[in-house]
Each structure stands twice: as structure tokens, then as C-alpha cells.
Design a protein around this ligand. Structure first.
Ligand code: PGA
Ligand code: ZN
Length: 412
């Protein structure tokens, strides 16, 4: 189907900041819109969003869409591979800084949606036309700190993984009960608590152990078995507090060298029911990643976010050096849908687990749920169960499970 029109414009994300939307009209009159997210704890090696010089606006990125990209795509077949090839020709830089990764991804996603629409199928089915769809296991935020919660804790997230659930519906039912119980318990600690950027609770904890115990108790109190039914996952986001070769944690008041921090992280995962840890080391501290991987049990999921930034070259290095055994996949770290998919496929082929992830600044769009499902990622991380920007993705997965032939991922 031919693209009749393509328009880029500025909209707002869940933090109330400008972001890019693209609306495509097909010649049969169908209209499809995609909106891009934006991170706060961004890695140095991510594709580059284009922000206007006088603030956070994305008007220049929209101008690039309307004046540079649209003339090449209007009148052409609506096809993702073709569109991404044109985008690469228009901006051959590896980090998409010329047009802006927010511009390229918005176009790439809108073309994905419109291509599925043209075929009368979902985006999940565009990538997997036949057979049961794999609904990913949710990794859900309960406590937030770092850049998402005014640094109430040094680390960024304490999440839960409902590893014993037998369906996505059951997984979400368990997790929402835990989140509600945690909020009740949190209200006893302090009269008001912050709801963080991803809908998690911004409660102040001066030790990571105390925060882990709080979440473990919140699981037990709703009658769920810690370990066999629900386990903990951490996102340390340690690049955020790595400075001049040291890990400095202001809230707990300690500073660590790389190898001291490796031991500190290894002790933490030993002492709590943690089955996944993200960014335990800083984005360029490669030797420490390999040291950590060799020290902890193989069963622990070691997840690279800022380490890999959904970048093929960095993933290849991580595979070669056994730096981790799982990758976080964020489309806007990469800038194109096809290349993001390619990174995910390379990780899967290397035996890495894959966790498709939202950003802390999101929109009501739910394409992430379809991409994760169509790409057969085993896990998805979207934030908490609060806020329409978060529930849009959970609700889309619940919808897919209700209406499609599916199976539920069992990564653990
Ligand atoms: P970000 O956080 O979107 O602010 O980068 C998400 C994460 O670190 O996983
Ligand atoms: Zn992260």
C-alpha cells in the first residue's frame, strides 16, 4: 500500500516533556500514528535524540521529518525495510545524530504500524505471521530511586519477576497486588511518598538490603511464595554514580573501587532472592563486568542496558568477553526498528536472554507490547502497574493473550 502522507509533530511524554509523533495516511484512507519515548538515565553510547537548542523542544527533529524524510517516503510503498534503508541513506551516521534518533525512530515505527494496518494484521503478527505468539514475562517496578525518583535510593529500581506464574494475566494479577501492598506499607513509613517516573514508589531507603527486604516482605504478605512464585530483579543503573573511576553511593555514604563494587554486588545477589541484575557495573567498566559474571552463579540473569545500548558493536563485544548473559532492548537507544530487531536476533542466537524495555519518559502508545511479542522476547520491562503510559503496554499484552493463540514465556 502506498503512503499518501507522512507528518511529524511535537507531542508530550509522560514527564510532560516534548517528544516526536508521526502520522502516516495510506492511500486507502487508513491513518496510523506512532510516538517515541525518551530516557532519563541514558547511556553515553545511545543513538542521539535531537533536542532544540533553546530547551527540550523537538521542533527541529519534526522539521527533519517533514522536509527531509517525508518527500522520500510519500508516494512510496509502505514497507519497513525500504523505509529504514532510506533513513540510513539520509542519515548515515551510526548514532542518527544528523536527523535525530527521535525523528528516525518515529518514522520507522509509524511505517511498521501502517504496514501492519495495510495488511489488516497486528504489529505482533507482522513479525510472526503464524503459530502461537509468545507473551513475555513482565519485570515490574515496585521501588524507584536514582534519576527516576529524585535519588531517594542510590540504585534505580527494585522490581519483581513473577517467575512462577502460568499466564500473563496471572503474572499481572500477582504483581498488582504486591504493588498495592507495598504502597500501603510505604504509607506507614512516611505520610506521603513520591510516585516515580515509571509509576513505582519513591520511598527513601538508606540501605539496598532494607529496600530488598521491604519488597520481599511485600510479596510474602499477599500470600505469594518468594523464589518459587515471585523473585526480585534489580536495576542498579550504576553508570549514574560512577565518577572518576569510583562507584560513589551518596545515600548509603560509601565509595567503592571497581573490584570492591563487584564483590558488593555479588554479596547482594547472594543474600536476597534476586534472579536478575541490570547494569551492576558502569557502561565502560568492561573488565569489571567480566569479573562479576565469573563470580556469580550461571543462573543469575546479568542484564546489560547502558552497557549495550541496543548497539550491535557493543553487543558483539559483550558476547565475546562474556560480560553479561542478557540484553535490554530499547528501540530508541538504536533509532531504527529493523536494526533494533537485528540486535535482538543476534542476542537470541548467542543464547542471551532478551528483555524488551520502555523508557522512563513514555507515551500512551503500546507498540512496545506488539514488538516484544512479535519478536519472541521472553521478558518485557515497562515500569510499574501505575500510569496510563505503563498500563497501555500491560493492557495490550492482556488483550493479545485474550484474543490470540499464545503461550506464556518461562525464562526462569
Ligand atoms: P531510562 O531508564 O529510560 O531513564 O534510561 C530505564 C532503565 O534504565 O532501564
Ligand atoms: Zn536500566
Amino acid at each position: 500500500m502506498i503512503i499518501d502522507n507522512l507528518i511529524g509533530y511535537q507531542v508530550l511524554d509522560s514527564r510532560g516533556r516534548p517528544t516526536v509523533a508521526v502520522t502516516i495516511t495510506l492511500v486507502d484512507g487508513q491513518v496510523h500514528t506512532a510516538r517515541v519515548p525518551s530516557g532519563a538515565s541514558t547511556g553515553a553510547h545511545e543513538a542521539k535524540e535531537l533536542r532544540d537548542q533553546d530547551g527540550l523542544g523537538v521542533l527541529q527533529a519534526c522539521k527533519n521529518i517533514n522536509e527531509v524524510i517525508a518527500p522520500k517516503l510519500i508516494g512510496a510503498e509502505c514497507d519497513l525495510t525500504h523505509a529504514d534503508e532510506i533513513l540510513k541513506k539520509l542519515d548515515p551516521s551510526s548514532d542518527h545524530h544528523v536527523l535525530g534518533a527521535n525523528a528516525t525512530l518515529a518514522v520507522s515505527l509509524a511505517v511498521t504500524k501502517a504496514s501492519a494496518g495495510a495488511k489488516g494484521i497486528s504489529m505482533a503478527r507482522l513479525f510472526q505471521p503464524k503459530g502461537p505468539l509468545l507473551i513475555p514475562m513482565p519485570m515490574v517496578n515496585i521501588l524507584s530511586g536514582g534519576a527516576h525518583a529524585n535519588r531517594t535510593m542510590d540504585i534505580q529500581d527494585i522490581l519483581v519477576l513473577p517467575n512462577g506464574a502460568s499466564s500473563f494475566n496471572e503474572a499481572i494479577t500477582w504483581v498488582r497486588a504486591i504493588r498495592e501492598n507495598a504502597a500501603k506499607r510505604g504509607a506507614k513509613i512516611g505520610p506521603a511518598h513520591l510516585i516515580a517516573d515509571e509509576g513505582g514508589l519513591g520511598l527513601a531507603f538508606t540501605s539496598i538490603d532494607a529496600a530488598c527486604e521491604f519488597v520481599t516482605n511485600s510479596i510474602e504478605e499477599v500470600g505469594l511464595q518468594v523464589g518459587s512464585q515471585v523473585s526480585l530483579a534489580l536495576d542498579i543503573a550504576s553508570t549514574q554514580f560512577f565518577e572518576n573511576g569510583k562507584y560513589s553511593l551518596p545515600t548509603i555514604g560509601r565509595e567503592f573501587t571497581s573490584s570492591q563494587f563487584v564483590s558488593f554486588m555479588a554479596k547482594l545477589v547472594n543474600e536476597h532472592p534476586i534472579i536478575s541484575i541490570e547494569d551492576p557495573l558502569a557502561e565502560d567498566d568492561w573488565a569489571a563486568w567480566a569479573e562479576f559474571t565469573s563470580q556469580v552463579p550461571d543462573s543469575l540473569q546479568i542484564l546489560g542496558d547502558d552497557l549495550f545500548t541496543t548497539n550491535h558493536t557493543r553487543l558483539d563485544r559483550g558476547i565475546a568477553e562474556s560480560s553479561a548473559n542478557a540484553i535490554l532492548i530499547k528501540a530508541n537507544q538504536n533509532g531504527l526498528v529493523t536494526d533494533t530487531h537485528h540486535v535482538l536476533q543476534t542476542a537470541q542466537a548467542a543464547g542471551f536472554r532478551t528483555v524488551v524495555s520502555a523508557r522512563s519518559g513514555e507515551t500512551e502508545d503500546s507498540w512496545l507490547a506488539d514488538l516484544a511479542t512479535g519478536w519472541r522476547a521472553e521478558q518485557i520491562k515497562v515500569g510499574s502497574t501505575h500510569g496510563a503510559d505503563r498500563t497501555a503496554k500491560w493492557n495490550r499484552l492482556l488483550e493479545l493473550e485474550a484474543i490470540e493463540q499464545t503461550e506464556f514465556a518461562k525464562p526462569f
